[in-house]
Design a binder for this molecule. Structure first.
Ligand code: F6R
Length: 367
């Protein structure tokens, strides 16, 4: 019940252990990923002909879609595109019955996403919906629906649906790799083992970060500007962290691919400016550390988020926050949690109505 929590947003952030567990339930077997919802597409033969994938969504759902793209880029042999729903129909991307469309929408009613879906249907593209709302328009218009099992989400800012969307996208990426062929099936068993443990990792992340983030928010609450940087999956995570801080805390937060700062934005890095460096992707750690040194040289205040056991980051940042260490594809789920908490605590300490931010609505029924 809400009684234990002051706001729905905090309740929903805290519920993520269960929502991720429910979303995984029954979908991982010894043989692979089990998604019977997609059988009709398989039986119709529409998947065997697929030559590309196009992921479409708005806002936070677009960010989970972008994580899905980066994971699919590494697992599948075919190109994967992403579009904002609101841009999709005006971009005129190549569409046909060989393009698999994946639409993501928590509510299943976002007008921009419904228009994009209608456009894809004109070209007979097979459509998979990922939504949290049974019976929603998106689920009725798509050929197949894979549900996130986050349960009702009442705070305007989406939190638990986002981590469940990424969970579904990773399962779908494995499923597609199994059905369509993969670059390299070698990493899949390890990924499956870690997926099964995901609820445990989510739980530990909540325990490890909640108090530290609460304290950090008390220090940074009066900052007007904040930067988030990362590379690879951490860059997409930075985009989502920035959106949450804008939406709930009304902080002008901006996300950059860490290597891009030197191409212009570095001019905005002044002494004391808070920079959150997301460092969960080992293969880009060295490059990220060089980028952190660049902002430290301008006296930014850098908080790093990295995995337990890391020894490199702590030497170059002002403060480190540790989260559990899992498969790189799963890290955007875990690292999203401290960023959601930061938006929540910054919003409350600034006195905002975090469950109902100004100028926003839960379900956007106009384009
Ligand atoms: C941000 C947020 C929005 C939604 C977006 C799409 O916290 O909630 O950016 O993600 O409006 O909504 P759905 O997923 O319902 O289509």
């Amino acid at each position: 019940s809400l009684q234990e929590f002051e706001h729905y947003m905090l309740k929903e952030i805290t519920e993520q252990t269960k929502s991720v567990e429910d979303t995984l339930a029954g979908r991982i077997s010894e043989k692979g990923i089990v998604l019977p919802e997609l059988d009709p597409l398989l039986l119709a033969g529409s998947l065997s002909k697929i030559t590309r994938v196009h992921i479409i969504a708005s806002g936070t759902s677009y960010h989970s879609g972008s994580i899905g793209k980066k994971v699919m880029d590494q697992l599948l042999n075919i190109p994967v595109e992403t579009s904002y729903s609101s841009e999709f129909q005006y971009d005129h991307p190549p569409l046909d019955e060989q393009t698999l469309i994946i639409v993501l929408s928590q509510s299943g009613e976002t007008a921009d996403t419904l228009s994009a879906l209608r456009e894809a249907k004109r070209f007979q593209s097979p459509i998979i919906a990922i939504t949290n709302t049974p019976g929603s328009t998106v689920s009725r218009k798509a050929d197949s629906t894979v549900y996130t099992k986050a349960g009702p989400e009442l705070a305007v800012a989406t939190t638990k649906s986002y981590t469940c969307q990424i969970t579904v996208l990773i399962m779908l990426a494995i499923w597609l790799a199994e059905k369509l062929g993969s670059r390299d099936l070698h990493p899949l068993p390890e990924l499956m083992t870690e997926l099964k443990r995901l609820p445990e990792y989510v739980d530990s992340t909540l325990i490890m970060t909640q108090d530290a983030i609460d304290q950090f928010a008390q220090v940074t609450y009066d900052q007007e500007h904040l930067f988030l940087i990362g590379r690879g999956l951490d860059y997409v995570l930075a985009l989502e962290g920035a959106l949450k801080l804008q939406e709930v805390a009304y902080i002008h937060a901006d996300a950059y691919a860490a290597g891009e700062l030197k191409h212009g934005t570095m001019a905005l890095i002044t002494p004391g400016v808070p920079v959150i460096a997301l460092a969960t992707q080992n293969q880009v750690m060295d490059k990220l550390i060089s980028n952190i040194k660049e902002v430290k040289a301008r006296d930014a205040f850098v908080v790093g988020i990295t995995t337990i056991g890391d020894e490199l980051l702590s030497e170059v940042v002002d403060q480190v926050l540790y989260i559990p260490n899992s498969h790189p594809f799963l890290m955007p789920i875990l690292a999203a949690i401290p960023l959601q908490l930061l938006a929540y605590y910054s919003g409350t300490v600034r006195g905002h109505d975090v469950d109902r931010p100004r100028n926003l609505a839960k379900s956007l029924t106009v384009e």
